[in-house]
Ligand binder design. Structure first.
Ligand SMILES: [Zn+2]
Length: 231
């Protein structure tokens, strides 16, 4: 028994000694396999990041990368209604629009006569701001004996508005105006209507014909426009 127990370790040692080369070889093979496996895994993980720039051409790189960032802020269009707005805070409507077969002439105090009035007179205190009813371009800005200082604005879509009987005109021909921009101030510069008191004499021409300005003043006329909306 004793000899057996003492011989066993020596047998094992002998086995180790005899097969050391083999064991070392197996160990080396395993070690190399482990290193290769580790390198392969690492390369696979890293390849996820370089893949994107590599797959796309230099020109495509930015569009390829950007969409992920842009997705939340991709501009989308939305249709909105933009209404014409009153050009001033008026206290009352004086002379109405009287033009066309259904309209009678109105009495004009200053001229002491009955005649058509292809405009509306919007009364307000002298000096009240007169603003553009809609975006547009100033196509005329003059002083006339009858209408006083007046500004003509092309509001697009064949709609042209004349803002007359102003003082201190704030815009020049060629200017681009936004809705709400101040054009001038209410006054009595229109000689043909000065007895009616300070007011804005407003004319609107649509598709070449004089039309009642009140639907514009009241904001009943609007345009549906497409605007970019960033979400
Ligand atoms: Zn008038």
């Amino acid at each position: 028994m004793n000899s057996n127990t003492t011989k066993q370790p020596s047998k094992f040692r002998r086995f180790l000694r005899n097969n050391a080369a083999l064991l070392l070889l197996i160990f080396c093979v395993l070690a190399i396999a482990a290193v290769v496996l580790a390198v392969t895994l690492t390369r696979d993980n890293n390849s996820v990041i370089p893949d994107n720039p590599v797959t796309g051409n230099p020109d495509d790189n930015k569009p390829n990368v950007k969409p992920d960032d842009d997705k939340p802020s991709t501009p989308t269009t939305e249709k909105i209604d933009i209404h014409f707005a009153s050009p001033l805070d008026y206290t009352k409507v004086g002379l109405d629009f009287t033009f066309g077969p259904d309209h009678l002439f109105v009495y004009k105090q200053t001229l002491n006569e009955y005649s058509s009035h292809k405009a509306v007179d919007l009364h307000a205190a002298e000096g009240t701001e007169v603003k553009s009813m809609y975006d547009g371009t100033v196509i005329e800005s003059k002083l006339s004996y009858l209408d006083g200082y007046y500004v003509v604005i092309d509001h697009g879509d064949n709609v042209i508005a004349t803002y007359a009987s102003l003082s201190d005109v704030q815009v020049n021909v060629g200017d681009t105006v936004k809705q709400g921009d101040v054009l001038g101030y209410v006054s009595t510069t229109a000689r043909c209507e000065f007895k009616e008191g300070p007011h804005l004499h407003l004319e609107v021409t649509a598709d070449g014909k004089k039309v009642d300005p009140m639907p514009y003043v009241k904001g009943e006329v609007y345009r549906t426009v497409e605007v970019e909306v960033k979400k």
